[in-house]
Unconditional design. Structure first.
Lengths: 469, 486
């Protein structure tokens, strides 16, 4: 049985058109409408067993109206409320400041992006998920008999979406996702260690993903902490992709947003075309990535997405803009010219699009190293696989001060044991401007701020301070 | 009825923010649906509908950035069959009856995988009510005009912006009217409603290459009266002063040292370090360091901690929990002894305890988890901050929160302060920034060695546990004899 009810996409679009007709009947100058409708199944795992099976569907519409550069927004679930919602949005627009030259984008050719929908997921049902959850539980047990899945689960979803505006843009899409995540705990005579790892894909994950083994591995290898000399000291740190991405995503993508840069709210303000990172490092945002979780043919305003360099060989070369932010910052005189870079992100029907990254990738012209080679280059220092408090990092300055209980001491390139707990502090911008070595196993990670982060393990030789408990 | 299978079927939703009949659910139809669940083999079935009428506003430097009104309606059907849960969540109320059989089947499929000796899920018994409980706000926040909200937000802006180093002031507004209807196969039929209102601001200041920001919030459970009762200009001035202080602040020293936390940070500390490990669903899952420790002394006898959803005005207050259980104050620690977990019906049954009103769901599309509400350490015997500082030769006084996080299984936690001062020989000396504190729950609760007499709820907060819910945290000013800083 297909997860998506018959005709679901058509109904979504026809209801969006109903709202569009309402906008037209009210005489709205410009409007855009986004619609989402998701269906899914999920299983919860706790205490080493499947505890709940769930499913369902949800969705709604967001309406943006634009009158003489003034915009208003409202959202709704039930299209019978379209008139009221359009009136609300128009009322808000009337009270909003006019942004000179802010107009909604018109139709442009957009490249189609594949890999977004897998029929194999659409045809999965709860029984398939139950079998997969059983396989996950077995994999954890076979990796280590002491290991228990204390949280997490398996889920699939299918989302129909549409975007249409008064300027002729009409985009519909169907995407699928399959996710598996586990919190694994190892209890060794009351000394508990744990690790959360997860993976997700637009296509069906037939086998038990590698993240399950990694979760067990980290829960096990942080058992039996060693004593180290306390006291904070500067130290090189090898951060795994999972450990690094929360800090990176909290701080780096916002620093490349046009609005933040011109408002002087980015640590890279005033550094356009200057070196901001180590000269071998580049960052690009591939909005056209096949099968990406944040890629697609068009952004949240309907502008075609692109694959764009943001930092090239250490030099800041581009910034991220939505149509609205670009018009506003030009109108307010903070920058002479700015145009949408196809970077408007729609985070659902309940909020208007805002600027964000799609699929951020960091690469090095020096190539990449295996984990063992990174350890060797680290010499004396630490490996960190997860931090607590990444959301408290300061995106304006890049400063952070977090805690980790997923940390290993390394001496002479050899792991000698875990620490019970340690503080980790520093400045991400400064660390990335120093000596940075990238691993060769790039893994996609979610994000606190926006988009997906495709990051390998990262060896940061400078700019970090470790404070063992 | 609407001509599609995924839109809500409600009376008059498009025209007003209240259901015309006072109820969204058709009680007769829902009762029949719940009865049919029993015939399919369910031991328990419930339908919970939540309507959120909400509004948010964002301004920057006194200019409207966005205003978002909206109404969201969701429903969750939860069925317990053969000791396992099946759940269906939807925005399509009309589809409810056809989901009963498949959701019961789902629960049975989960149950069939239970290994020999594994305990089936059960629910602790609770009193069955058929009633309505509506916490009326003094001023219904739904009737607030956008102009009124903008005027209030501009009061904050005026207080915050008048300084050469302030580069931007952003202000935000959020209000919501929450209407919940719960019907169960046991005959529970409860409707309750209440409101929350919140205003927040952030001041960003720059001096040369140094950029800092300071955030503040005010609000809680209630209507417009909560925001009107705050001197927002003064709140803005305080935030501006803090941001300017941070421009001059030094990075905090690292190491183990005495820490004094203001009532705001004390609240976050107790939320992260103790509140989460006390959530009985985590305890039952084997993911809490407090498993098996009920009745044990786990903290200094100075420490008494309560979680109380009946604290009217607190951001985490609610009249009835999301399983229809009446709320009450829970004493989690009494004089250092762990006395109570936070429970919902499932965990109460699992541990043979009383349900205590701890079930909360983010909205109508999520099932209830065990959550905190308003969590506080009660006051102690010290008169004030000065008395707490008297004995401190070298330590830190930390204020305001930038959030925290906990690993409940390991019992380790972290929280970060907005600003801080160095304490030297009992005196506040230099301002500090980027102070974060970490520790182990079972160690640091024993290190609390001083609490001021006055305890209060602090700034409203949000707690994430897969689902996000509003919470209130607070306490007195607290001294920890030794904490890991930085």
């Amino acid at each position: 049985m297909n997860m998506l009810p018959d005709g679901a996409q058509d109904r979504l679009l026809s209801n969006a058109k109903l709202i569009a007709n309402t906008c037209t009947s009210f005489g709205v100058q410009q409007w855009d409408i986004v619609g989402f409708q998701s269906y899914g199944h999920e299983l919860d795992i706790e205490a080493g067993k499947i505890t709940m099976a769930g499913g369902g569907g949800e969705g709604g519409f967001g309406i943006r109206v634009l009158e003489d550069g003034k915009f208003g927004f409202a959202h709704l679930v039930d299209v019978s409320g379209a008139s009221r919602a359009v009136e609300q949005a128009m009322g808000i627009a009337r009270k909003s400041p006019s942004i000179e030259n802010f107009v909604l984008p018109s139709e442009q050719d957009a490249q189609s992006v594949g890999g977004m929908c897998d029929d194999n997921i659409l045809n999965l049902g709860p029984d398939d998920l139950l079998e997969q959850a059983d396989a996950v539980l077995s994999a954890v047990k076979s990796a280590d008999k002491r290991a228990i899945v204390t949280g997490g689960g398996v889920g699939i979803s299918a989302t129909a979406s549409c975007l249409l505006n008064s300027e002729g843009i009409l985009e519909t899409g169907l995407s699928t996702s399959h996710g598996i995540g586990v919190q694994v705990t190892v209890d060794n005579d009351g000394k508990m260690t744990s690790s959360y790892q997860g993976d997700s894909s637009r296509t069906r994950m037939v086998d038990v993903p590698d993240c399950i083994e990694r979760a067990v591995d980290w829960a096990v290898k942080t058992q039996n902490p060693i004593e180290v000399e306390s006291g904070a000291m500067d130290s090189p740190v090898l951060m795994t992709s999972e450990g690094f991405s929360p800090l990176f995503s909290m701080v780096v993508p916002p620093a490349m947003m046009g609005e933040k840069l011109v408002r002087k709210e980015s640590f890279w303000t005033g550094k356009m075309n200057e070196n901001v990172m180590a000269e071998d490092l580049s960052i690009h945002d591939n909005g056209l990535l096949k099968g990406g979780f944040s890629s697609g043919s068009r952004d949240g305003e309907g502008v075609p997405k692109r694959n764009q360099s943001l930092v090239e060989s250490g030099r800041l070369v581009n910034m991220l803009w939505s149509t609205r932010d670009a018009a506003q910052q030009v109108a307010e005189g903070r920058i002479d010219a700015a145009h949408s870079t196809g970077s408007a992100v729609s985070r659902g029907h309940q909020s208007p699009p805002s600027t964000g990254a799609s699929e951020i990738m960091m690469t090095s012209s020096k190539g990449s190293r295996s984990f063992e080679q990174l350890l060797e280059q680290l010499g004396d220092g630490y490996v960190i696989n997860g931090v607590m408090g990444a959301h408290t990092a300061n995106p304006t300055s890049g400063d952070f001060s977090v805690t980790t209980s997923s940390i290993l001491r390394v001496v002479g390139g050899q792991i000698i044991g875990p620490l019970k707990q340690a503080g980790l502090s520093g400045n991400i911008a400064k660390a990335l401007a120093g000596n940075v070595v990238l691993g060769n196993d790039v893994r996609r990670q979610g994000s606190y701020s926006s988009g997906s982060m495709h990051l390998p393990d990262v060896l940061l030789m400078e700019g970090l301070r470790v404070n063992p408990a | 009825m609407f001509p599609c299978d995924y839109m809500v079927m409600v009376a008059n939703q498009g025209e007003a923010h209240k259901p015309s009949t006072g109820r969204y659910l058709d009680q007769e139809k829902v009762r029949k649906a719940l009865d049919s669940a029993t015939t399919y083999g369910a031991s328990y079935a419930e339908v919970r509908l939540v309507s959120f009428t909400q509004s948010s506003v964002a301004m920057r430097d006194g200019i409207l950035e966005r205003a978002i009104p909206g109404q969201e309606l969701g429903l969750t059907l939860r069925i317990l069959a053969d000791g396992a849960w099946g759940v269906h969540s939807t925005t399509d109320i009309a589809s409810l009856p056809e989901q009963i059989e498949s959701t019961t089947r789902l629960a049975k499929a989960v149950a069939s995988r239970r290994a020999d000796g594994e305990k089936p899920i059960g629910l602790a018994e609770v009193p069955i009510y058929e009633d309505e409980q509506h916490w009326k706000s003094k001023i219904d926040v739904r009737n607030t005009e956008l102009d009124t909200k903008m005027d209030l937000m501009n009061d904050f802006y005026r207080g915050a912006s008048q300084h050469e180093h302030v580069v931007s002031v952003t202000t935000g507004w959020s209000d919501e009217h929450i209407h919940t209807e719960l019907m169960t196969s046991e005959g529970m039929d409860r409707t309750w409603s209440f409101q929350r209102s919140l205003i927040h601001g952030m001041v960003t200041a720059r001096d040369g290459g140094e950029v800092v920001s300071y955030r503040t919030r005010s609000g809680g459970q209630g209507g417009l009266e909560l925001i009107q009762g705050v001197d927002l200009t003064q709140l803005g001035e305080q935030a501006q002063n803090a941001a300017i202080r941070l421009l001059k602040a030094e990075r905090a020293p690292s190491g183990k040292m005495p820490l004094i936390a203001d009532h705001d940070l004390t609240g976050v500390y107790i939320h992260e370090a103790l509140g989460h490990p006390c959530e009985a669903d985590l305890v039952a899952a084997g993911d809490s360091c407090l498993d098996g420790k009920l009745g044990e002394k786990i903290g200094n006898e100075l420490v008494t901690v309560v979680d109380d959803p009946t604290l009217m005005g607190g951001y985490g207050a609610y009249p009835v929990d999301d399983e229809g259980v009446n709320t009450r104050e829970k004493v989690l620690i009494k004089n250092g002894v762990l006395t109570e977990y936070l429970n919902h019906r499932e965990t109460a049954h699992h541990f043979g305890l009383e349900p205590n009103g701890g079930a909360r769901a983010q909205d109508g599309l999520h099932h209830p988890l065990v959550r905190m509400s308003n969590t506080m350490i009660l006051g102690g015997s010290h008169v004030d901050l000065d008395e707490l500082m008297e004995d401190v030769e070298y330590g830190i006084y930390a204020c305001g929160t930038r959030g925290g996080q906990v690993d409940t299984g390991r019992g380790s936690f972290q929280f970060a302060a907005q600003e801080a001062w160095l304490i030297e020989n009992g005196e506040l000396t230099r301002p500090l920034k980027d102070v974060s504190v970490s520790g182990m729950t079972l160690e640091i609760l024993k290190n609390v060695d001083g609490l001021t007499q006055n305890a209060s709820l602090a700034t409203p907060g949000f707690c994430g546990k897969g689902q996000t819910v509003p919470v209130g945290d607070g306490g007195p000013v607290m001294r920890i004899g030794e904490a890991l800083v930085g």
